[in-house]
Design a protein around this ligand. Structure first.
Ligand SMILES: Nc1ncnc2c1ncn2[C@@H]1O[C@H](COP(=O)(O)OP(=O)(O)OP(=O)(O)O)[C@@H](O)[C@H]1O
Length: 445
């Protein structure tokens, strides 16, 4: 390092950074790093473009040099030379790092050893990279964390016959492995999105706060391009979720080898992805496809990642290209983790379940439900209110509960009215579903 420091003026001259100065340097566990002041008018981007020349001038191995901007000054950077790869060996997954979707999940480690944490709350995520680069490994780590969170439900789509996601099936609230199932799943996710949006509007709230009784919904899609090819109907729904899902905590995590416009469908899905993970890509032009326009030029180089599991992450809290490696969760680890968390996975919340129920009913019976008899509708001032009738009906309900249709007939009120009252009762623990769509008062109330 000392030899380099004294030779820096010549090296800088040779690579086109003449006039830059080394301000300080230290040796670390993996090599050394130096703080460099650029000459007037030179930019960090220019320095990044000179990385191969720098490696040659310094006599390092290919891919050993890193440059990171220093936030405080545009004319300062940190040059890092990695002599031994800190990520040469796989890093075993240490177990779940979160207990709530409101906490950032921990995907792996950056080269200098700090954890890669990223929040997935109200964010869509895109995971890209060539076959074998480690996308599924990344998805496993993600599921390891999510399955430990009782305030998130995960739905999976895996059109490779469930090859990747089946081992997690006990922790997935729903798994689609055929195009028909995938389309139905995405349509239902939009129904839930709308149901939640209506409920929020009704209660004058802006966003869905995930809780175990009101979980976030994450839809994990392994190989998004296959969905586009085989279930094009699902893509319209994906678009809707991408645009409108954040507030109601219905979000997408899509993995794909190459998120070209064709592979992502015609909609706005890619542009709505707030978190991007790029594993190794084959071609430089794929960098911007995964990470976003202009990223290759600003020094994000996933094409030079040299082992599976290595990745770059771009997210609101990660705006500097830093190499990382995901933890490795082997098959036994997946099996063990899924078995451990399966018993504590949350059910769908009453609002979302009711929205699905309503959509299913509408699909079953396209005609409006028959109006209740005028006698039931007519209410003299002294007559019990619809609320009272509903409550009495729930209390008198058989053990098998009453369906929404039963309650509509009894109260003479509309479907939405019933849903919202049922949700109020459910929230206050006065009523619950005995089976899907069948309600009664909770025995103690
Ligand atoms: N973090 C990691 N550390 C060490 N090895 C890893 C890591 N991630 C993945 N691997 C290895 O790389 C192999 C391929 O990874 P993975 O199946 O995740 O790739 P992929 O990108 O999902 O590929 P495909 O697109 O074909 O599904 C794995 O079998 C595993 O052995």
């Amino acid at each position: 390092m000392e030899r380099t420091l004294s030779a820096w003026p010549d090296i800088a001259q040779a690579v086109g950074l003449a006039g830059s100065r080394i301000q300080s340097a230290i040796v670390d566990l993996w090599g050394w790093r130096a703080r460099i002041a650029l000459a007037r008018g030179q930019t960090v981007e220019e320095a990044v473009a000179k990385l191969p020349a720098l490696e040659s001038a310094l006599g390092t191995r290919r891919g050993a040099a890193r440059i990171q901007p220093l936030p405080e000054r545009a004319n300062r950077l940190e040059l890092r030379i990695i002599e031994t790869d800190p990520h040469a060996d796989a890093i075993t997954w240490p177990g779940p790092s979160v207990t709530s979707i409101t906490q950032p999940v921990k995907l792996g480690l950056f080269e200098e050893g700090s954890p890669v944490r990223v929040s997935l709350l109200r964010r869509h995520a895109l995971i890209g990279g060539v076959a074998g680069a480690g996308k599924s490994g990344g998805v496993n780590v993600l599921l390891g964390d999510l399955s430990a969170c009782p305030d998130v439900i995960v739905w999976g789509i895996d059109l490779k016959r469930g090859m990747e996601l089946l081992p997690w099936s006990s922790c997935l609230d729903r798994l689609a492995t055929t195009p028909q199932e995938a389309e139905a799943l995405m349509a239902d996710a939009v129904v839930i999105l709308d149901g939640r949006a209506d409920a929020l509007a009704q209660y004058g709230q802006r966003v869905w706060q995930p809780r175990p009784d009101a979980p976030a919904l994450i839809i994990l899609i392994d190989e998004y391009a296959e969905l586009v090819d085989e279930a094009p109907g699902a893509i319209r729904h994906a678009d809707s979720i991408a645009r409108r899902g954040r507030a109601v905590a219905v979000t997408l995590v899509a993995a794909t080898q190459r998120p070209s416009q064709k592979a992502m469908g015609q909609g706005a899905v890619r542009s709505q992805m707030d978190v991007r993970l790029s594993f190794r890509v084959r071609e430089r032009r794929d960098v911007d496809l995964i990470l976003g326009q202009g990223m290759l030029k600003s020094g994000w180089h996933p094409h030079s990642l040299d082992a599976p599991g290595k990745f770059l992450i771009s997210a609101p809290e990660h705006d500097i290209a830093r190499r990382a490696r995901t933890f490795l969760l082997d098959d036994d680890g997946v099996q063990h983790t899924a078995a451990r968390h399966a018993p504590t996975r949350p059910p769908l919340d009453p609002i979302s379940a009711a929205a699905l129920e309503a959509a299913a009913d509408t699909a079953d019976e396209p005609a409006e439900p028959p109006p209740a008899s005028p006698g039931k509708h007519a209410r003299a001032d002294s007559a019990p209110s619809a609320e009272d009738i509903l409550w009495s009906a729930l209390q008198a309900a058989p053990d098998t509960g009453l369906s929404i249709d039963d309650l509509m007939r009894t109260t003479g009120m509309g479907r939405s009215w019933i849903y919202y009252r049922l949700q109020d009762h459910a929230r206050a623990d006065r009523a619950s579903q005995v089976s899907r769509g069948r309600w009664r008062a909770t025995p103690s109330s």
